[in-house]
Design a protein around this ligand. Sequence first.
Ligand code: FES
Ligand code: FES
Length: 167
Amino acid sequence: MRETAVTATVNGRPVSFFCDPTTSLLECLRDVVLLKGPKIGCLDGNCGACAVLLDGRLVNSCLVLGVEADGREITTVEGLESWPGLSALRQAFTEEDGLQCGYCTPGIIVAVKALLDRDPDPPAARIRDWLAGNLCRCTGYETIVRAVQSAAATLRESRTSDGEAGA
Ligand code: FES
Ligand code: FES
């Protein structure tokens, strides 16, 4: 099949590539853009391992075509390095034993970023509901929920102290 040119912004950088119109965004990101953060899991939209932000919206990149990314903004877990929540989440997951093998981690982190952008203080029920599409095969979900609440609290505190410092 004839390849199509795609130009997108990936993690803040302009990226251009050619892809078959039937190729998923997940494959394009991993095999062409060479970002291995989005993981290959179920490939049918059920596990969340491949989650990315597309124009700020949480999507499973295995269900999006690469050509659909043309002209749009994509953020993978690699693009969250400058997000203060990332270090808070790393710390919280470590303290709470939130993750073991880490295969699901990139998708969960991207999903949590999308959640905390919308709700900086989500109750446990909302976190569970939001992460229902992110399967973790090796840990208890309770520890993940606790880690997200702990990271959210750290982020809120840092925003408050930043605000006080700037006042
Ligand atoms: S690999 Fe995309 S949802 Fe599982
Ligand atoms: S930590 Fe292993 S699948 Fe989530």
